[in-house]
Structures are given as C-alpha cells and as structure tokens.
Design a protein around this ligand. Structure first.
Ligand code: IVH
Length: 636
C-alpha cells in the first residue's frame, strides 16, 4: 500500500492491494453486456430430453451430436471481462441485457487467475469475457452461517442467497472476509490477438483452466445422447459428494460452429439445455407448528422439525405458508413429514406420511388472533393470509425495526435482532426515527453493552443517517411490494421521497416492473398519516437521502443545493422565454435543479415558453409536470 501511495502508477487493476477489499461504494452502477447473457431452457424427463434431441436433429439433420456436459451450479451468474489477462470489469447477469457492476467485489475473490496464474504458454486473448457462477462451497457456507449466528446476524437461507448477497455488498471488506469462488463455464465476447480462435467447447474449457480459472467439477465430453444420460445419472447419484450445491446438469453442443448455426430463441440458446434434478427431499418428524408475525403483520405458520439433513444442509424449520396450505396438506403435529429444499427456496413441508400418523394427531387450529399482542387477526377476502392489524403490535414493530436496520435496509452494523428486542421491550424505540436519537450514555445501562459497542452502534447510525443511499432507504421503510429491485428503479427515477410522494398511480405504473399492485401500495404508503409523520421526523433528524447522482456530485466536491425551491428536480426548458434561456437555466440551477437534456421519465418539470414543439407533447404523454414562465418564476 505504501509503495503504491508513493508510486501511483503501480496501482494496477490486478494489484494485490485491491484483493483485500476496503472500498465502500455508494451504490452499484449498471452496465450493458457486450453480448446478451441468455438463460437456459430446462428438461425434467427422458421425454423432454428426446424432444430436445429431435429439435436438434431437425435443425442440423444427420449430425451426431457431441456434448460438453457439466453440473449446473446453483449460484449467481456473472461475466468477468479480462483485457490481456487483466480483470477490468465484473458484471452480474442482471436482466441479461445489463447487469450490475461488481468489479470491486470480484477483485477480492481468491480463486481467480491473475497474470501470474496462467499456465506456461497460455496466451490470453486481447479481450475475453468469461462467464460463470459465483458460489460458496457448502462447507464455506456452513462456516459463514455459524459466523453470522455468532455475530447475532441473520443466517443466509442457502449458499445461493449468500453468494448473491455477498457479491452485491457495497462494502468490499465484508466481501473479502467471505470465501467466494468463481467457476467458469462459458464466454461472451472474445477478441483474439495472438491467440488462436476456438473450435470446440472442450477446447474453451481447457483454455479457461489453462488461464487459471476453476471450472465446474466433473465436466466432460459425452459422445452420444446415451453417454449424456449415463452422465446425468452419475452426477445425480454423486450429488451429495460434491463440494458445491448443484441443481442439474448442463449439456452444450461441443461444435462451436454448430452452436452459431443454431443461435438463440428470445430467452435461451438452442444448442444447450439444462437437465434439472428433482428437489431434494427427506423424511422427519413435525414436532410443533408455531405462528410467526412478519413486519407487515402476516401470521405465518412454521413447522418446527426434528433436525434433518436435506441435500447437505441441516433443516430445522420449514414454512407451511398459510392456513389453507396446512388444511389442504392436512399436516398435523406429531406427523412424519416429507421436507424438500428446491434450489433457492426456503425449505417446505411437502406432505404428511399418512400411514405413520399417530392415532391421537388432531388437525391444526389456525389462530384467529395475533399470538404476540392478542388483538384479533383479519383475513382479507381473496387473500390467503391472516394479518394482525394492530399497528403497535410489538412483534410487528420489532420485525419492521429489524428490517429497517438489516442488510436489506440501512445495514446498521452491530444492531442485531437481540438489541432491537431489548430496546423495544424497554419502550425506548417505537419507530425507526427513535433509533437516531439513541445516545452512547443511555445504551450503557443495558446489560452486555460496553462503551466500545455502544459507540460503534451510534456511529453506524450516524453514518447511515448522513450517507444512506435513497435506494436503501426505500427498501428499509418496508413499503409493501417494494423490494431491492423496485427500490432501485424508484431511486433512479425520483430525486427524493418528496418527489416519489408526488408521483401519481399512472406515473408509477409507467416504470419498468411496476404494476398496479406495487403502484397502489406506494401510494397507500404516502397517504398513510403515521407514515408521513415518520418521514417528517426522519427528515428533521437529518435522514433524507437524495438520488445517487446527487451523492456522486457531493463526492466530487460540488455541493448540490439541497435546500433550493427546485432541489433535486430534473428541469428542462423548451420554447422561447422572455429572458435568455441561459439565464433561466442558471436560475433553476441556483434553486437546486439539475438541467435535463431531453424529455424522459426522469424529468420532473418542463418549463414552456412560446412555440414549444414536440417536447411539450412528449412530456404531457408521460404525465410530467408542465409550467409556463410565470409559474416557474413563482416556484422560484
Ligand atoms: S452454460 C450457452 N453451464 O444457469 C450456455 N450455465 O438457469 C450458457 N449455469 O444463466 C450457460 N451452471 O448462468 C452453463 N455449468 C453451467 C451452468 C450454467 C449454472 C447458469 C447459467 C444460466 C442459468 C440458467
């Protein structure tokens, strides 16, 4: 580090100093993939597989297909861009067209090759986009969860979620502390300089290994469909012995020219297919059924199980979804039940083994009042869930506060479930705003709270108060149906909560992935008086994030006017005004506006002069607020 501080040119992208983490990103940026990252079609049976072979034969008559086969890794798909053997960029798959930039996180991954890692004589292409999966081995996953539990943090549901969460960590010190691995199984764009182009998938995989990439275990060439079938059987039977979670086998035509000839459907390649394994199941005893209250008040029945290993992971609890599911499956306490873990979902109880049912087992009676506060629960017509509607139900308050500070929310270091429970029980916090009034001295009165922990906690809260990105804040508020993806979309569109609060149902529904249900729930959030009061209190306490670009400007030293009449708004002028346009623009900027370059959904305000032209039509079509010059001056 010292060397690089003195000689900055030594700080190359592949420097070891970048592998130890340390960068904290305000928010993940997105970027387009050079070539689209497709999904894969699946087959589940011999019949589906034969149909796939028939389709191949129709497209390439008479060709005896040879396949490269390897296990389907159950992690998060990524693309790594290597320029002459140096990692310059890492992107998640995202929606296939564009992904999130996770380069800083990937620099901390230990099993990636550096220039020194390549086998002797392996000549890197000028550009190589390597595709693969980022995962935890099962053993590393268990160790990570043990650490999470010890630190009072929520354990991850499965290796896949843990990998996805770790890669998208904004604080790369955390990423670096977790042993992620990248397994390479394909490529995107390749520009061969001195290297020779590839002809077969087998050769691609050999080259990837020669550059120093780890590839999926047990990958091999199968010279006929019969060999593929034998391979699938062998991998399925051997599944538990592998170090990684897999959920099937992928078959890819070995001949790259044939791959090109076949091409892609809208969703997936025609030259490759995944044979998905059935979900892993195990049999165990149902010891009890408990009912949990979620942060939205939903009563969720949970099966408390005799611990059982399912696909290499110990399962103690499983969801029973809701009242109807328990009734339909007729699951009773004391039953022997079949439990399954299907890829990325939480374990679930499939059914009871009726032949083993004890004579005295009785049907479960679903509680119609909240098991936490005793208030009557309600079941809304058309919904499966019972809800506690007591807004001050302690379980609900605890859950929503826990969510507010969790990784999905503001990610407050040191403030786990246990502390939330204590502070709520003591009556010290009732809403998220109360958190930001906590003082070190008062925390010291709590058992097991020392000066060090209390100071760390107050410091993390303070940091979050000043620096929380809008997207995280939106997630933390727990608006129904607003998860990470929706929060990202909203934070891209709106400058702050004020701007979002002004958005109409119609406007919200024009955004990608936002349908009527999500839009209504956002509107309902803003129409609720306690929510508005909460936002007002948070604003007074100084927690008022503005859109990421603003944070970026602040980082670069130009302080955006966050207090002006047009603070955070994207403003555009069209038509001729009574003053020079540049003067109007300067006035807008001084009032905190950002000047937009054209009409898009991101625009907050269009100021129109005489003869406005097509911009006005477009803005009206998008439902953007339009004002004339005198209204603009009034606003200022
Ligand atoms: S090959 C041209 N091989 O599964 C085919 N994909 O569910 C490109 N995946 O998005 C993919 N393990 O990211 C291939 N051994 C493997 C894989 C694999 C996991 C992912 C892939 C795809 C997803 C589809």
């Amino acid at each position: 580090v010292r060397l690089e501080e003195r000689f900055p040119t030594l700080r190359t992208p592949d420097s070891p100093t970048r592998k130890i983490g340390g960068a904290v990103l305000p928010v993940l940026e997105t970027r387009k993939h050079t070539k689209r990252m497709y999904s894969l079609d699946n087959v589940f049976s011999q019949e589906d597989w034969q149909n796939f072979l028939k389709r191949l034969d129709n497209a390439l008559p008479g060709a005896a297909p040879v396949f490269w086969c390897d296990p389907k890794m159950d992690g998060l798909a990524l693309e790594l861009v290597y320029e002459k053997g140096v990692l310059t960029c890492a992107l998640t798959r995202g929606d296939g067209e564009q992904g999130e930039l996770v380069t800083a996180a990937l620099r901390t991954v230990r099993n990636l090759p550096g220039r020194e890692g390549a086998a002797a004589g392996a000549v890197w292409p000028d550009l190589l986009e390597v595709r693969g999966e980022i995962i935890f081995s099962r053993a590393d996953f268990e160790a990570l969860n043990a650490r999470q539990r010890k630190a009072n943090a929520k354990p991850f549901a499965n290796p896949r979620n843990a990998a996805a969460g770790t890669v998208r960590q904004l604080d790369t010190t955390i990423t670096a502390s977790r042993p992620l691995r990248f397994l390479a199984y394909g490529f995107g764009e390749v520009r061969f300089g001195a290297a020779t182009p590839w002809q077969t998938y087998e050769e691609v995989m050999a080259r990837l290994r020669a550059y120093g990439f780890e590839t999926p275990p047990e990958g091999r060439l199968c010279a006929s469909p019969a060999e593929v079938e034998a391979y699938c059987d062998a991998v399925r039977l051997n599944r538990e012995a592998l170090a990684y979670d897999i959920d099937g086998v992928v078959m890819k035509l070995n001949d790259l020219e044939a791959q090109d000839a076949l091409g892609y459907t809208a969703r997936a390649p025609r030259f490759a297919i995944a044979w998905k394994f059935p979900a892993q199941q195990a049999t165990t005893q149902l010891l009890d059924i408990t009912v949990q209250i979620g942060r939205t008040g939903v009563l969720t029945p949970v099966a408390e199980l005799e611990p059982v290993t399912v696909g290499g992971v110990v399962v103690r609890r499983a969801t029973l979804h809701n009242e109807d599911e328990i009734r339909n499956r007729d699951v009773r306490v004391g039953d022997t039940v079949i439990v399954q873990r299907a890829g990325d979902v939480i374990p679930e109880v499939v059914r009871a083994v009726l032949s083993k049912r004890p004579a005295d087992a009785v049907p479960f009676v679903f509680p119609h009042c909240c098991p936490s506060c005793g208030a009557p629960a309600h079941r809304i017509e058309g919904e499966a869930a019972w809800r506690c509607v007591n807004l001050s139900c302690p379980a609900m308050v605890r859950q929503s506060l826990a969510h507010f500070v969790s990784k999905a929310g503001l990610d407050i270091d040191g403030l786990g479930q246990r502390w939330i429970e204590l502070l709520v029980a003591a009556g010290r916090i009732k809403t998220p705003a109360d958190l930001f009034t906590l003082k070190v001295e008062e925390l010291l009165h709590y058992e097991r709270m020392g000066v060090k922990l209390a100071s760390k906690l107050v410091a993390s809260l303070d940091r979050a108060r000043k620096d929380a990105p809008l997207q995280r804040f939106l997630c933390a508020l727990g608006i129904r149906h607003v998860g990470e993806q929706t929060a990202r979309t909203l934070a891209r569109e709106y400058a702050d909560m004020d701007a979002l609060g002004r958005a109409s149902l119609e406007e919200l529904q024009q955004l990608p992935d936002i349908g009527s249900e999500v839009a209504s729930s956002i509107r309902a959030f803003f129409e609720d008086v306690p929510n508005r009061e909460l936002l007002q209190r948070l604003r007074e306490l100084g927690l008022w994030p503005v859109r990421a670009e603003k944070a970026g400007e602040a980082l670069q030293g130009t302080t955006p006017a966050v207090s002006g009449a047009l603070a955070g708004l994207n403003v555009l002028f069209t038509g001729s005004l009574s003053m020079p346009r540049s003067q109007a623009q300067r006035m807008a900027e001084e009032a905190g506006a950002t000047l937009a370059v054209g009409v898009s959904r991101k625009l907050d305000l269009l100021v129109v002069g005489a003869d406005p032209g097509s911009k006005l039509d477009k803005a009206q079509a998008l439902g953007i607020r339009v004002v004339d010059e005198s209204e603009f001056l009034k606003l200022l």
